[in-house]
Write a protein that binds this ligand. Sequence first.
Ligand SMILES: Cc1cc2nc3c(=O)[nH]c(=O)nc-3n(C[C@H](O)[C@H](O)[C@H](O)COP(=O)(O)O)c2cc1C
Length: 407
Amino acid sequence: MDLYLNFVRPLFFSGLKADPEWMHNQFIGILANLSQRSQQPGFHWVCDRLYHSYNFDDPRLAQTLWGIRFRNPLGLAAGFDKNGEVGQLWGGFGFGFAELGTATWHAQSGNPKPRMFRLIDDAASLNRMGFNNQGAAAMAGNLARVGHADNTTTDRAIAIGVNLGKSKITELDDAAEDYRQSFEQLHDFGDYFVVNVSSPNTPGLRSLQDPDRLARIFDTLQTVNKTVNTTLKPNRQPADDSANSQLQAKCTQSKPILVKIAPDLSWEAIDDVVNLAQQFDLAGIIATNTTISRDNLKTQTIAATGKPIADEAGGLAGAPLKARSTEVIRHIYRTTNGTLPIIGVGGIFTAADAWEKLTAGASLLQVYTGWIYEGPNLAKRIMQGLLDRLDAHGLERIDQAIGLDHR
Ligand SMILES: Cc1cc2nc3c(=O)[nH]c(=O)nc-3n(C[C@H](O)[C@H](O)[C@H](O)COP(=O)(O)O)c2cc1C
């Protein structure tokens, strides 16, 4: 019996009637506390229990991409741990990696509340958070505490992605500089970085997907990457010597940069972004962010505001996004002959959903809404299902499933 599905979810979704964002913040607060104290005896025990309850390790699920080891292909999507407060502890829930942020250079409070909604009849969520976050410097401080696995648990270490957005107060013409400041500030703390130009909740942000503007951002960040060996200094206060040596190792590397795109782009616009990504040697594409489409929803009214769904601003995620995000993955894989790695995200709830995105062309996967609906056993269930599918197809390793539909 799954405790989450039978007791916790009904209580959270219907019983308590609490604001989803408030509940989210309580949950993050608890995990942040646990993560920061994970070396203290009682807390260490809890982290250990977490790991043993929800983790699922199998070497067939591991792969190395961009020189980074991913112990399994399922990551936590950006937006869940916006300030990097939980960090490595996400591995305790069975994730192979976690993408933290979106961080902006300036701290900002985001859009007026309420701004996070569940559409239960559609297995979906709607949000217009607006990049509420403590800013890149605060995130760097948080990640210095919780972003690295210590020596006793290195086999449990997960890769950390850092997702960067433009500050609301920064003019669109100055976007490249805004991203650059965040990238430099956080450079030592992420294994990979994401240029987020696809949130529908910051005015004008998605226009940064236009080739000219995007080229300026990519060029600026890759220039930082090229000069990092000589100019960037560690800006983190390591907790101890082992963290210090890890930091020194990370500091000398240029970091893989990906771009996260919206599902609402036309095929031509997607091709433009892909061409630019290749031109500027980006590491890959994240497909996709939330959608502004409201097609085919059962939910007609948002109860918390009383307004028709069509009148509510924000990005829709979860089941209604699944088909479109897979279509975008398939298109990018086909047009690039699988040469540009894709992180597939949008509407993953089951192993079948995960397999569909892998075989369409995604190298790695992420989940947000599915985790809210399915709970902490989700990663384990998906891993087991992926292994079953590898067996059924006579495949030995997960990377052999990537883009299988195209062969
Ligand atoms: C409440 C909420 C907040 C989000 N915040 C961010 C964010 O800050 N940055 C980002 O790149 N994506 C953000 N996303 C988008 C997710 O990372 C993901 O791309 C999208 O939700 C689709 O995945 P899903 O169907 O598994 O939810 C957010 C999504 C939700 C539901």
